[in-house]
Write a protein that binds this ligand. Structure first.
Ligand code: MG
Length: 201
């Protein structure tokens, strides 16, 4: 399986990163070794001093597709979950400065904790989500604020990559990204349901 992550999909987050609001989706990949499941802890890596949380809604692809039309894209995912796109911000800044790829900063082991999924039929048309760190809400988002809708993202990505059952699409983070520290507890909520809870060690 593969993990596809959309960058800069909320205008306020693009702004806080001093990045332009994109005219088409920006995306990158993480390998399956990035996943952390079952609320297992995240181990702070020694290569970075600035790991940031980015809470994101995640689509689970439910059937294979290529060149999917946007109007049919909703047929390719049934479940929505929540995850963290951990980013080594210090390394990313260096990559950006040199115009190099982001993988070292984005795709390292454990950089994609993933929680439980909910059938989209059980969710409202516009979905709210948030992240608490040590009980305090640090990021809050709503799909109303997406620059590229879930269906637009599925259609766009499938032009380049065949989507397969079980692939995950992290759909971008709202504003409020920030550093995590050893000992922090991260809890992510989709609507009012806590779907992910884990510790930084
Ligand atoms: Mg992200």
């Amino acid at each position: 399986m593969k993990i596809i992550c959309i960058g800069r999909n909320y205008a306020e987050h693009a702004k806080e990163m001093n990045a332009a609001v994109p005219s088409e989706p920006v995306f990158f990949l993480k390998p399956d070794t990035a996943l952390i499941k079952d609320n297992q802890p995240f181990y702070y890596p020694d290569f970075s001093k600035e790991i940031h949380h980015e809470v994101e809604l995640v689509l689970k692809i439910s059937k294979a597709g290529k060149n999917i039309e946007q109007e049919f894209a909703h047929k390719y995912y049934e479940e929505i979950g929540i995850g963290i796109d951990f980013t080594a911000r210090d390394i990313q800044a260096k990559c950006k400065e040199k115009g190099l790829p982001w993988e070292k900063a984005k795709a390292f082991d454990g950089s994609a904790p993933i929680g439980n999924f909910i059938n989209k039929k059980d969710l409202p048309a516009s979905i709210s989500f948030h992240l608490n760190v040590n009980g305090k809400t640090v990021q809050k988002g709503n799909t109303n604020d997406l620059l590229f809708s879930f269906d637009a993202v599925v259609a766009y990505v499938s032009k380049f990559f065949t989507l397969k059952t079980g692939d995950l699409i992290y759909t971008g983070t709202p504003e409020g990204v920030g550093p995590v520290a050893i000992g922090d507890r991260l809890e992510a909520y989709l609507e009012e349901q806590k779907l992910l809870s884990f510790e930084i060690r």
